[in-house]
Design a protein around this ligand. Sequence first.
Ligand code: NDP
Ligand code: A1CAB
Length: 277
Amino acid sequence: MTSSTTSRALNDIDGHIVLAGAGKMGGAMLTGWIAGGLNPNRAVVIDPYVSNEIKALAAKGVRLNPDVKDIGAVAALVLAVKPQMFAEVGPTLREIAGSSLVVSIMAGTTIAGIAKACGGKVVRAMPNTPAAIGRGITVAVAASDVSQEQRGLTDALLRATGSVEWVEDESLIDAVTAVSGSGPAYVFLLAEEMARAGVAAGLPPELAMKLARETVSGSGELLRQSDLDAATLRKNVTSPGGTTAAALGVLMADDGFEPLLTRAIAAATARSKELAK
Ligand SMILES: NC(=O)C1=CN([C@@H]2O[C@H](COP(=O)(O)OP(=O)(O)OC[C@H]3O[C@@H](n4cnc5c(N)ncnc54)[C@H](OP(=O)(O)O)[C@@H]3O)[C@@H](O)[C@H]2O)C=CC1
Ligand SMILES: O=C(O)[C@@H]1CCC=N1
């Protein structure tokens, strides 16, 4: 968080938080807000096809698809629809956005494009799915007309789902999307492939998946809690002339993991830029 952004308490919000698009990411954020103290009566969902999990939140007071005139004061409109449908959906949200805070988590979609389609004072943010367990990381960038109070509200909404970093340069968001927005998928793929390779090496499938899951999650937790950097933690596993060195000889070869990941992240960054067009 920049020193100029002061987070607000979620249980101390004037007005309503309107979530447009309560799918995987929007739904995870809504769950985080309510767990973080947002009064469910302050939450409104606009989504024609909500899941049973979101329908269950209605029993706690979250309003689903009310008439715009019945929403009441809007503190923030959060955009979590697919970027490909925003051109169609954006203008239908203009009345809700008004001159309120609009927080978009849509990949690729620029602050200028969002302001043009639905108005409002726009913050562009890129979260990731560990938000569902309060362990996400979000990077946010605010348009120049977003007030300090609106930044504080945004910070509170995002912080309910994990860590938050603010940047001033919107062009960084494409690479952020490629590293942390899409990043959980790379880690899950690693777990899938470790399990598959374990089976190929002779392990029963259930044991292979358990070893992969616990190794990926345990290593992630060690990385989080340790004062050591990732390279040192890796070296600590690597006994000279041992098994890890044999595996790393393959993974760190000239055509190994590094150029592969560089290409993957470049592809995701390029796709984020493309989605802006
Ligand atoms: N998934 C992720 O890890 C991340 C996603 N994002 C961004 O979050 C956004 C949502 O992604 P994700 O949650 O994966 O996608 P989902 O498809 O799960 O969520 C989008 C939701 O919007 C709903 N929807 C469709 N039409 C409308 C409409 N007219 N008005 C309101 N809602 C509508 C969809 O319903 P239906 O499914 O029935 O069409 C769905 O529930 C995207 O912009 C993505 O770039 C950002 C960071 C990470
Ligand atoms: O795949 C996507 O486009 C979205 C954005 C980051 C993660 N999921």
